[in-house]
Ligand binder design. Structure first.
Ligand code: SF4
Ligand code: SF4
Length: 156
């Protein structure tokens, strides 16, 4: 081996060791999920939620625009007339049945875009694994009462 090959090899090893030593000072990029919360960007699109107004009325007026906008047919809405004495939503109608099939959803956000009352939104929950296919169809009750997501929102 020529002397210059030896020197070049030693320099390359030195450079590689430098990279390794630099990495030793850095914090790990992996996280101990689920023990530690997973950091997400604010616009992350996760599990859907149905929102209410501050007075408790449901935002959803059963217009079915989200159902029409969904490219995969993941949403099913059945509307009913509001009882004027005890309305469920401020509109004439409300969603008597509202279901989202997570097995079909591609989390595109089109339903959120189409909704005129900002009733349906994609939240930050991403842990949606389940053992039963039926449990992956979210009911209105589940959508109105979403679980707290185990995440940290990091700046974009
Ligand atoms: S996020 Fe997209 S695919 Fe999922 S329910 Fe909404 S419109 Fe349908
Ligand atoms: S969630 Fe929005 S778009 Fe869908 S039915 Fe309710 S009001 Fe209409």
């Amino acid at each position: 081996m020529a002397i210059h090959d030896f020197i070049k090899g030693a320099i390359d090893i030195g450079k590689a060791m430098g990279v390794s030593l630099k990495a030793l000072r850095q914090k790990p990029v992996t996280i101990e999920y689920p023990r530690d919360a997973a950091p997400l960007y604010p616009r992350f699109r996760g599990r859907h939620e149905l929102r209410r107004y501050e007075n408790g009325l449901e935002r959803c007026i059963g217009c079915m625009l989200c159902e029409a906008a969904c490219p995969t047919g993941a949403i099913y809405v059945e509307a009913a007339e509001n009882d004027p004495e005890h309305p469920t939503s401020p509109g004439e109608r409300y969603a008597k049945v509202y279901e989202i099939n997570l097995l079909r959803c591609v989390f595109c956000g089109d339903c959120e875009e189409a909704c005129p009352t900002e009733a349906i939104v994609l939240g930050h929950e991403f842990a949606m694994a389940n053992y039963s296919r039926r449990d992956l169809i979210l009911t209105k009750e589940q959508l109105l009462n979403p679980p707290e997501p185990h995440v940290i929102i990091r700046p974009e």
